[in-house]
Design a protein around this ligand. Structure first.
Ligand code: HEM
Length: 516
């Protein structure tokens, strides 16, 4: 990466080399003395023999038995699971530098062009530059087009729901996945390439399956060549499809460049400014107190970042909106209170707009309570850079560390009536009134905390609040076929996101006097 040479050597030394050298020295001393934390019994060599990623629920059960920091082993891979707010603080705040790398399977490393993205890049100067690019250029409020497109895309869904015959049910789960896909697709590629969205969704879905596929080479690297499920062939095909798709979009963007101050610049336009064979002003991220000089990105960086945004920003937001609507449908009193607040602030003669959102405190409580009970990413995935000591136990370098945000949000010591949906706990006078999810309260970390916390939080929250507000304001919702709210299935699925196991299907009745 040529741009590394452009970062001042003293910065590299102060930010990375010096702290890592100190950590390495300390860790060499630790390894000799400390035990591993408790965990289920392990067989020689194969360890706990997990044949697939363990779920947040399995791990929460194990934590009840073995405690807030437990140890598993799969082949040669050490896995540590953090399940209490205290342990989360230890790894995400107290020792965050040592815990800020990311684990990546063979599939993830290949599909991210050898970690040329941000989400799977290890902590270091490259990740830092990428993060700065994303925060300043791609997800910020200054990037007006992405924020405007949220309302336009929410309106598309509202109109589609309103067009249904009276009494027909709407599959909200499916509609919401399309909604967030359209928002992120438009933010990434602009309106250009809209006709090809279906093709792109198919590529994203194949990536998603490959990310989750079991691969023996992840645990016994020398057995990787066996590839019994043919994963390696699928990986090559998937990456070739992505190359073809995004190269075409990059070429189109390069042939029709947008002015630097054009309002409708998309993420590809922004990143082309930094392309190593482009002609843009590459010093835009220079300066500041942490990074100096200019830097460039490659086509592979652009492709990998786009995929980060697709994975980070679609299913997470769609799942949170669907869970919020499901909880409200299941809890008619809370739905009534949200709708009364909307009627008082917005009125029944128009739809919600962005400026209303700040005046809806009860809606905010509903969003918080939804993210506590149903964090879209239930298990944060981190990796240690060096040997560490946590609570008197050894966590060796290159261990996988999972922070069970789902279990922490339902921790009985931290939350009263932990499994109950009770938004008023976040209202003034409630027992969690002072808590926010910015990463300062370790019992509530749906966006993570510290260096690797979510850079898309503001954009994600904006889409989440606006979609829930609009759906609750424009329609009343009933369950189909006379189903009672108490009968609604509230199981979650197993995967990278804890989406609903069964899509939310409900019958809308328009409630506004204006046309939708
Ligand atoms: C309700 C919405 C969202 C939730 C709950 C959420 C949650 C999270 C969490 C828990 C992490 C990992 C934190 C850690 O490992 O410590 C994360 C990382 C990330 N998120 Fe989000 N996210 C949301 C929306 C978004 C959106 C809209 C985008 C992009 C447009 C996005 C992009 C990312 C990226 C790129 C990372 C990786 C950051 C890094 O590794 O440095 N997220 N998110």
């Amino acid at each position: 990466m040529g741009w590394i040479e452009e970062v001042a050597p003293i910065d590299l030394f102060l930010w990375f080399a010096l702290p890592l050298a100190v950590l390495l020295l300390m860790s060499a001393r630790r390894r000799r003395k400390l035990p591993f934390p408790p965990g289920p019994p392990k067989l020689p060599i194969i360890g706990n023999m997990l044949m697939g990623p363990p779920t947040h629920r399995d791990l929460a059960k194990l934590a009840e038995r073995y405690g807030g920091l437990l140890h598993l082993r799969n082949g040669f891979l050490h896995i540590f699971v953090v399940s209490t707010p205290e342990m989360a603080r230890e790894v995400l705040q107290v020792q965050d530098v040592a815990f800020s790398n990311r684990p990546a399977t063979v599939a993830i490393a290949y599909l991210t062009y050898d970690r040329a993205d941000m989400a799977f890049a290890h902590y270091g100067p490259y990740w830092r530059q990428m993060r700065k690019l994303c925060v300043m250029k791609l997800f910020s409020r200054k990037h007006a087009e992405s924020w405007v497109s949220v309302r336009e895309e929410v309106d598309v869904i509202v109109s589609a729901v309103a067009k249904r015959d009276s009494g027909d049910s709407a599959n909200l789960g499916e509609l919401l996945f399309k909604l967030t896909m359209s928002i992120v697709y438009r933010a990434a590629f602009g309106s250009r390439g809209n006709d090809d969205q279906e093709e792109f969704i198919a590529i994203v879905q194949e990536f998603s399956k490959l990310f989750a596929a079991f691969n023996i080479g992840d645990f016994f690297p020398w057995l990787g060549w066996m590839d019994p499920q043919g994963v390696n062939r699928r990986l090559k095909t998937a990456r070739t499809a992505l190359d073809r798709f995004i190269d075409k979009i990059i070429d189109e963007h390069m042939a029709n460049p947008k002015d630097a101050d054009a309002k409708d610049r998309d993420m590809v336009d922004e990143m082309l400014e930094f392309l190593e064979d482009g002609s843009g002003d590459r010093s835009q991220l220079g300066g500041g107190d942490d990074v100096q000089g200019s830097f460039t990105v490659t086509r592979n960086n652009i492709k990998a970042i786009i995929m980060d945004v697709m994975f980070g920003g679609t299913e997470t937001v769609a799942s949170a909106i669907e869970w919020a609507m499901a909880e409200l449908v299941k809890s008619p009193d809370d739905m009534r209170r949200v709708q009364e607040e909307l009627a008082a602030v917005v009125g029944l003669d128009r739809k919600v707009n962005e400026s209303d959102l700040e005046k809806l405190p009860f809606l905010k409580c509903v969003i918080k309570e939804t993210l506590r009970l149903h964090p879209p990413i239930p298990l944060l995935q981190h990796e240690t850079a060096v040997d560490c000591e946590v609570s008197g136990y050894l966590v060796p370098a290159r261990s996988q560390v999972m922070i069970n945000v789902w279990a922490i949000g339902r921790n009985k010591a931290a939350w009263k009536d932990a499994d109950e949906f009770r938004p008023t706990r976040f209202a003034p006078g409630g027992d969690a009134a002072e808590l926010d999810f910015k990463g300062n309260y370790f019992e509530f970390v749906p966006f993570g905390s510290g260096r690797r916390s979510c850079p898309g939080m503001q954009l994600g929250l904006h889409a989440l609040q606006l979609a829930v507000a609009q759906l609750a304001h424009c329609f009343t919702w009933a369950l189909p076929d006379g189903m009672k709210p108490s009968e609604l299935n509230m199981e979650d699925s197993i995967g990278l996101t804890a989406a609903r196991a069964v899509r939310l299907v409900a019958v809308p009745t328009p409630r506004l006097t204006c046309s939708l």
